[in-house]
Design a protein around this ligand. Structure first.
Ligand code: ADP
Ligand code: MG
Length: 542
């Protein structure tokens, strides 16, 4: 009986390794995240074993991850005191791929040379990322099971691997990477510390590099609100958002159904997109049990929420979905729904509880709420309540919601009126307002075409029709007798006929109006579009 065994990799593993070894990747540093995530998994499993199994090797070993770098030998080793692996488990886990998702990943990787390997962990083949930076990998491991023997697994990633038995190991796994010629930077302390901070800063076990602990920041999003101080929140915000200031708003919540979610979201103080810095990238990182799965995840929130920074951590992620892209997107959709709903509700609460703060939010980030109300059909109904306008009854700087408007409506008033113009001053010198001012009816002011688009799309709010007052078929509220002497029918026809002749194709129709008091004439839109939308169409059609 010999302890030395040579095994051939499963065909699928060979194929995967071939691509991993021979392609050039821009972000191959993610190999470390994968190895740390495996170590954290192994520690998590041991934590569980400790509760369920009394018979356990190395019961008092601290649960931790130690990374040792040797820039003379060009090695990086990562050791954990987790559950370890038996010989059989080594063969199953590091020589075969059990899940079907890996085929899709191989397909994806082989389509080009510079493919994004970031997804490797989600396909359940993260371990093999080690071969992006190493030409030889050694795994020394001792299982938690009292009767297991220590094993050494070795491979150059080509064709086969060997397993030997060994003495003198402590419980857990040590993986040593013999770094490739072009990957020597991964034996440099500063580089490794940076990578850990970037991807694994919130792993719930201590990580040390050459004996020095590096992950001091904790996964505060999994804590209770009353266990986290204001300072910790701010520190964390600065870390996650790469910011130097304090956040404007913060939402920290947990959900148990339909999914287990721990989330901590921030609204920054400033909106750089508004200042013309270009379109923002999404700013929410996706975690599964404190291990970073996707930085700046694209699908976790709708696009209009791209200004939010923070963390979403869901336990369901690796168990159900991460292997299969189809399920992946279904789960993401579920997550997105819950988190978006929560955030909108939070904003509505803030608007009530802290109107001044909400005003500040609106001034900076209102453009995103408008974008949402215009593009996010699922959430439009709730988003409409977050919109704010100036109006004929608002003082300078005061903001009016559709609800406010509703409460101030006249008893016999059927419609909600609005009018677009570049500024409050311009709108207030136009003849459109005359009759409304006279009858003391409030008119909302819109300044962006997208606002008119939203209101037109909406059609009505709480059963009240939304009407742009530059529309020709506007139904005016009942008014008292007009002042002054009216023209006779013949005089009217003659005047209208003459005007139509002079204006020609510029107008479709000239009609008598009951809405003017001081001004002699007014230009109106005969179709469903408002003036600002007409202007927008002119630009688009050019
Ligand atoms: P995944 O982590 O998604 O399962 P990996 O390719 O990263 O895929 O790892 C494959 C398997 O190898 C793991 O599921 C685990 O069983 C085993 N493994 C990897 N690293 C360790 C470790 N440090 N300790 C114990 N088992 C490990
Ligand atoms: Mg893994």
């Amino acid at each position: 009986q010999t302890n030395h065994e040579v095994h051939e990799f499963q065909a699928e593993v060979k194929q995967l390794l071939n691509i991993v070894i021979h392609s050039l990747y821009t972000d191959r540093e993610i190999f470390l995240r994968e190895l740390i995530s495996n170590a954290a998994d192994a520690l998590e499993k041991l934590r569980y074993r400790k509760i369920t199994d009394k018979e356990l090797r190395g019961g008092d070993l601290p649960l931790e991850i130690s990374i040792e770098l040797d820039d003379k030998k060009h090695t990086l080793s990562i050791a954990d005191t987790g559950i370890g692996m038996t010989r059989q488990e080594l063969i199953e886990n590091l020589g075969t791929i059990a899940h079907s998702g890996s085929k899709a990943f191989i397909q994806y990787l082989s389509e080009g040379d510079q493919r994004d390997v970031n997804l490797i962990g989600q396909f359940g083949v993260g371990f093999y990322a080690a071969f992006m930076v190493a030409d030889r990998v050694t795994v020394e491991t001792l299982s938690w099971q009292p009767d297991a023997v220590g094993c050494i697994w070795q491979s150059e990633g080509i064709g086969n691997y060997t397993i030997d038995t060994t003495e003198g190991l402590q419980r857990g796994t040590r993986i040593t990477l013999h770094l490739k010629e072009d990957a020597q930077e991964f034996a440099v302390e500063a580089t490794i510390k940076r990578i850990i901070k970037q991807y694994s800063g919130f792993v719930p076990f201590s990580i040390s590099v050459n004996g020095e602990k590096v992950n001091t920041v904790q996964a505060i999003w999994t804590k209770n609100k009353n266990e986290v101080t204001e300072e910790e929140y701010t520190e964390f915000y600065k870390y996650i958002a790469n910011a130097y200031d304090e956040p404007l708003m913060r939402l920290h919540f947990s959900v148990d159904a339909p999914l287990t979610i721990n989330s901590l979201l921030f609204v920054p103080k400033d909106n750089f997109e508004r200042f013309g810095f270009g379109r923002m990238e999404p700013g929410v990182n996706l975690y599964c049990r404190k291990v970073l799965i996707q930085p700046q995840a694209k699908d976790i929130l709708p696009e209009w929420l791209r200004f939010i920074k923070g963390v979403v951590d869901s336990e369901e992620l690796p168990l159900n979905i991460s292997r299969e892209t189809m399920q992946d997107s279904a789960l993401m959709a579920k997550l997105r729904k819950v988190i978006t709903g929560r955030f909108i509700k939070y904003l509505n609460d803030q608007a009530k509880k802290e109107p001044e703060k909400y005003k500040e939010f609106w001034q900076n980030f209102g453009m995103f709420i408008r974008e949402g109300a215009a593009t996010d059909y699922i959430n439009r109904k709730e988003l409409v309540n977050l919109l704010r306008f100036s109006s004929s009854k608002a003082e300078e700087g005061q903001l009016v919601s559709l609800k406010d408007y509703l409460q101030r409506m006249k008893e016999n008033q059927k419609d909600i009126y609005f009018i677009n113009g570049p500024t409050k001053e311009v709108i207030e010198t136009s003849p459109y307002l005359e009759v409304f001012r006279h009858q003391d009816i409030e008119v909302l002011y819109t300044h962006e075409p997208v606002e008119d688009y939203i209101l037109s799309q909406l059609g009505e709010y709480e059963g009240k029709k939304l009407s742009s007052i530059d529309s020709a078929d506007l139904e005016l509220p009942e008014s008292e007798q007009q002042q002054g002497e009216a023209l006779s029918k013949e005089q009217l026809d003659a005047l209208a006929g003459w005007l139509k002749e002079v204006l020609g194709d510029k107008v479709t129709e000239v009609k008598e109006s009951k809405r003017l008091l001081d001004s002699p004439a007014i230009v109106l839109n005969s179709d469903q579009m408002t003036s600002s939308m007409h202007r927008m169409m002119q630009v688009v059609n050019k």
